[in-house]
Structures are given as structure tokens and as C-alpha cells.
Design a binder for this molecule. Structure first.
Ligand SMILES: C[S@@+](CC[C@H](N)C(=O)[O-])C[C@H]1O[C@@H](n2cnc3c(N)ncnc32)[C@H](O)[C@@H]1O
Length: 266
């Protein structure tokens, strides 16, 4: 389909009906490398064979019959892995409508019946839901929040365990290109907790180019708050996480600086 062809037939698929055709609707917009599903790569991110998920699974143990909440489910890759590893129910929440639609297509392609994807803001959802989960799976979302301690408080109120992968503020490891986009520290409040974070502003090109807008995987606001490791650990303890698996597990890259995988139990 040509992007400038707006005739009523431009949206028709003329090939024989098939499940894989749906994946191609978004052929230029996938972030996830779909090759593990036996279809073209489309995107580059290897989320269906993600080592962060392997790290989590090796430490969490069996997901059999677990009720899992995934925050920021993007195109559904981690929700798929959660279901494939035995979760009874997975609820994936995603605010970006294009990512959400891709999740529905991939779910239909794989015939998954234990996942529900819902479109919208997970912070508001966590405030209003009375549901309780065995696990909150929060990969790549904490550093996109304007009040990260609020998210950690809500997750602690609504689930037994929390998996986190997040970028950290680490002044020693911050790459040069990120330095102009971070400032602080600033003081913030969540419930009865006062804490410190660093203000991060998104790159301007994300807001200017259509292709980058469509593929944008950041937060809902023009800025977010990043936490230092010690502050993150203090906040987790404040909200009642007594067992935190691998607080020393910091790794570095040239994109954001430092990041960490943590598995937390109350
Ligand atoms: C960096 S991506 C991480 C995606 C995926 N969890 C992963 O680890 O690959 C962050 C995702 O969270 C979504 N997101 C950010 N803030 C959100 C919010 N308040 N409610 C729902 N989704 C949100 C974004 O649209 C994006 O898909």
C-alpha cells in the first residue's frame, strides 16, 4: 500500500487471507525482531530472545498458574514469553496505540489465549484497580516515569513480586551525548516519601520526525525522572520489598550509561 494512496481499496489485502498478513500491516514500524516466530525480522530489538527475560526466569522460578501484570508491554514480546512459560493470565498495559495494535496482531498470529492487552496509562490503572497480581513485570518503564517512586509504591500495593529492568542515573557512566539532557538533583514526593531524582528530557527529534514518533518507546511526558541506584534501593525498601535480588547487578552501555535487572519480593 502506498502511503499517499487514499482510495478505499488502498487498505485491502489482495493476497490470500492468512495470519502472517496482519504482521505486515506494520512492516515499517516493528521494534521487535520477529525472526524467532519464523517471519521476517521487521524490527531489530531481540525481545523474543531477551537475556533480561532469561535472567528474570532463572531467579523467579516457575510461572505456572501465575497472574502477571506487564507494564509498558510495547509489541507484546515479553507478554508472549510470560505466557509461553506457564503464566495463567498476563495483562499487558500499553499507552501507545500503534504498539498496542501490533500486540493484538501478534497475539492473534500466535493464537495466544492467556494474554489480554489493554490500551492506556498504567499509572491510572494501578490507582483504580482492586486486582492483585503474583508478579508485576516492569521492563524498561521506570526511567520513563515523572514520579518513579509512585510506580514502585503502586506495584508494591498490587503484587507480591516485582521484576525491574531500568536505566539508572550514574554520573560516572553517563555518555557524553546524554549529559545535556540530564539535570538535577531534584526533590520529589510519593505518598509519605521524599526522594531525589534527576530530570531527563527526551531528544527533540523524537517529537519532530514522523517515523521516530511512530516508533517512540518513551514515557507520556516530555521529561522523566531517573534514579541513582542507592536511592532506588532505599525506595524499594520503603515500600516493603524485603528481598531484592541482585542489587549489585549494574551493567553499562554507551546508550544511557548504567542499567540494572532487579527481582524484588515483599
Ligand atoms: C522502553 S519501552 C519498554 C518496552 C518493553 N517493556 C521492553 O522492555 O522492551 C517503554 C514502553 O512503555 C510504554 N509506556 C510508557 N509510559 C506508559 C504509561 N504510563 N502507561 C502505559 N504504557 C506506557 C511506552 O509506550 C513503551 O512501549
Amino acid at each position: 500500500m502506498s502511503q499517499t494512496d487514499f482510495s478505499p481499496w488502498s487498505f485491502y489485502e489482495t493476497r490470500c487471507a492468512g495470519l502472517a498478513n496482519g504482521l505486515e500491516i506494520f512492516r515499517n514500524n516493528w521494534t521487535t525482531d520477529l525472526s524467532p516466530l519464523g517471519v521476517k525480522p521487521f524490527g531489530k530489538a531481540q525481545l523474543l530472545t531477551d537475556s533480561r527475560f532469561d535472567w528474570f526466569l532463572a531467579r523467579y522460578g516457575s510461572l505456572l498458574n501465575k497472574n502477571v501484570l506487564e507494564l509498558g508491554s510495547l509489541e507484546g514480546a515479553h507478554s508472549i514469553l510470560l505466557e509461553r512459560n506457564g503464566a495463567r493470565n498476563v495483562l499487558g498495559l500499553e499507552a501507545n496505540s500503534i504498539h498496542y495494535l501490533k500486540s493484538l496482531v501478534i497475539k492473534e498470529y500466535l493464537g495466544l489465549r492467556h494474554i489480554t492487552f489493554m490500551l492506556g496509562d498504567f499509572i491510572q490503572y494501578l490507582h483504580q484497580t482492586r486486582d492483585y497480581y503474583d508478579l508485576t513485570f516492569a521492563c524498561g518503564v521506570l526511567y520513563h516515569m515523572t514520579n518513579p517512586a509512585e510506580l514502585l509504591q503502586l506495584a508494591a500495593e498490587r503484587s507480591d513480586a516485582l521484576f525491574l529492568w531500568t536505566v539508572l542515573y550514574d554520573s560516572d557512566a553517563l555518555p557524553e551525548h546524554m549529559k545535556p539532557r540530564l539535570s538535577g538533583p531534584v526533590e520529589l514526593q510519593a505518598g509519605d516519601l521524599t526522594y531525589q531524582g534527576f530530570r531527563h528530557v527526551y531528544a527533540r527529534e523524537a517529537a519532530l520526525e514522523l517515523n521516530k514518533k511512530v516508533k517512540f518507546t518513551g514515557g507520556m511526558e516530555q521529561y522523566s525522572i531517573w534514579l541513582e541506584l542507592q536511592e532506588l534501593l532505599r525506595i524499594l525498601k520503603h515500600w516493603g520489598y524485603k528481598k531484592i535480588i541482585r542489587p549489585d547487578n549494574v551493567t553499562h552501555n554507551n546508550r544511557h550509561g548504567s542499567n540494572i535487572c532487579l527481582l524484588c519480593f515483599k
